[in-house]
Ligand binder design. Sequence first.
Ligand code: ATP
Length: 250
Amino acid sequence: MSSPAPTPRPALAVSCEDVARTFGRGERAVVAVHGSSCEVPFGSRIAIVGPSGSGKSTMLHMMAGLETPTAGRVSWPGLPDVAERRGQIGVVFQSPSLVPALTVVENVALPLVLDGVPDAEAQERVTEALELVQVTELATQLPEELSGGQAQRVAVARVLASRPSLILADEPTGQLDRANGQHLVEVLLATAEQLDAALVISTHDIEVADRLQERWRMHEGRLKTDEAGLKRTSVPRATHADTTTAGGQR
Ligand SMILES: Nc1ncnc2c1ncn2[C@@H]1O[C@H](COP(=O)(O)OP(=O)(O)OP(=O)(O)O)[C@@H](O)[C@H]1O
């Protein structure tokens, strides 16, 4: 008797339906994102461009599940297991946010330790990630001993070591010179390729955006995914969505 066919992986890493995010209340309320929708399939390479304050970080944080939308919903059809999802979504923050008391190697290993990855495998992944972003020689340094650009590369190594299937990078090259910035984008692209991950990068740098297959634009809190040059044909919509809505996760 033949064994049952494996369940195909749903195509979408994340889907946002009419999401909005307001900070503060009353007169002080700031609408960072107005109703915006998008779909990010596994394997896609997307740049989000837009001026400072247009809502790029807020949008990425909602895609990561770090911010809860005040309206609309975010779902991760291809990452339905809430417990596993934490390790599957890798976020590179605008500022590196390393743990000050831990060395570079300990910072990169931390998520793996927390996820219970066996020591030998964790060590292998950390070594590989440090090599990829070319910071091996900084392994025993503390964050306070690093330049901004070095710290950002370490933060990227920490994400790569987790081998995520959705990589969300917020201005990852903002603190790097041109050559290092280009190298980092190549590393993110190569890693996404290797992992068949979705990669979304917010950036002000048009050279970075040019390296990616699609370009979306944020303007005054509204996301436009249909600019000229956008080339994705239809993406199959998954039927079982684990969802974050206004009011929290379910
Ligand atoms: N936690 C917060 N509390 C209050 N307002 C916020 C908060 N986070 C973001 N905002 C506001 O929401 C708007 C969008 O901010 P966001 O950081 O998402 O923009 P951005 O496009 O990523 O900007 P940049 O390119 O400068 O990082 C801005 O007006 C910002 O001041």
